[in-house]
Design a protein around this ligand. Structure first.
Ligand code: PBG
Length: 326
């Protein structure tokens, strides 16, 4: 009449729940995306990402040092130039904002955390696409690859530990790896944004980098409907020499994270993107959800799905919450 098997026995006290907890994200697995804007003297808030700023070069150095103090696993740098052109020249210029910021951060924190850089042209092109355009306005895959190889070299020479190619061009990991190896940068690692979807969740990021994009990225980023295609992208990137692979966005694609994690033996990352962050901040600002609990529940879920590394704009705060035993 009464159950002898009672799962509730293991939920009775905080101590027993902690003992049997299967998943707990660790600060060292969190990576903070950071924006640095050329020419700024003060950090500037990003309206659609409350709590996130466009840094000046100085404030970026300080914030990077604070991120190290918080014990997070890494930072991912994005640069916003003051001038853009058709081919994204500022991305390959050694003195371009992103390459200068990589050098700044490396001189500030050295090897105390992992310094990653976004390797894509969209912040640097006047048209906002991730590559160079053909006369008909479509993105020219193979002409873009040469730009990515040069950009990867510039970032490696600036000292980045890990390069994050995010443009979804076919063959991008292979050409970057080859360029790095030929130039002697054999120790620079590649985190491939292997399965990156053409997602509306990137909305606030466009404000963050002052994107000029007309149209969309559906001819190079993946269709949200497809899972098998993600596995194919991951396999290709690994064959081309990727050291780690990423799924992006995170929460709406946990099935993809899980399938990728089961199919590979390299570290799998997931990027909790700007729209995922903004939705929680907006709902919390209205008093509709418990902000800190929702943040940690989401990070736990992404971890449980199989992501070993999580890129999140809450990295520093989440690390502090986790340290407090939240
Ligand atoms: C491309 C890039 C984007 C994001 C990261 N790298 C934008 C895009 O592909 O449109 C989005 C990140 C986010 O939304 O938080 N450089």
């Amino acid at each position: 009449m009464f159950p002898s098997v009672r799962p509730r026995r293991l939920r009775r006290t905080p101590a027993i729940r902690r003992l049997v907890s299967e998943t707990r994200p660790a600060p060292a697995e969190l990576v903070l995306p950071m924006f640095v804007h050329e020419g700024l003297t003060e950090p500037r808030p990003i309206t659609s990402l409350p709590g996130v700023v466009q840094h000046s070069r100085d404030s970026l150095r300080k914030a990077a040092a604070e991120a190290v103090q918080a014990g997070i696993g890494g930072i991912m740098l994005f640069g916003i130039p003051t001038t853009r052109d058709e081919i994204g020249s500022a991305g390959t210029d050694p003195n371009g904002i992103l390459n200068a910021a990589i050098r700044d951060v490396i001189s500030e924190v050295g090897d105390a955390t992992v310094v990653m850089s976004d390797l894509c042209l969209d912040e640097f092109t006047s048209h906002g696409h991730c590559g160079v355009l053909r006369p008909d306005g479509s993105v020219d895959n193979d002409a873009t690859l040469q730009r990515y190889a040069d950009m990867g070299l510039a970032q490696a020479e600036a000292g980045a530990h890990v390069l994050g190619p995010s443009g979804m061009m076919d063959g991008q990991v292979g050409v970057i790896r080859e360029a790095l190896d030929e130039a002697g940068h054999t120790d620079t690692a590649v985190l491939a944004y292997a399965a990156k979807y053409a997602s509306a969740f990137f909305g606030p990021f466009r404000e963050a980098v002052e994107s000029t994009l007309q149209g969309d990225r559906k001819a190079y980023q993946q269709d949200p409907a497809n899972l098998k295609e993600a596995l194919r992208e991951v396999a290709l990137d690994l064959a081309e020499g990727a050291d780690m692979v990423m799924v992006k966005p995170a929460l709406p694609y946990l099935d993809v994270v899980s399938a990728v994690a089961e199919s590979v033996d390299v570290p799998v990352a997931a990027y909790q993107v700007s729209g995922e962050y903004a939705m929680v901040e907006a709902a919390a600002a209205n008093g509709w959800i418990e902000r800190e609990r929702v943040i940690l529940e989401q990070l736990t879920s992404i971890r449980r799905a199989g992501a070993q590394i999580i890129l999140t704009y809450w990295a520093v705060e989440a690390a502090q919450l986790l340290r407090r035993g939240y």
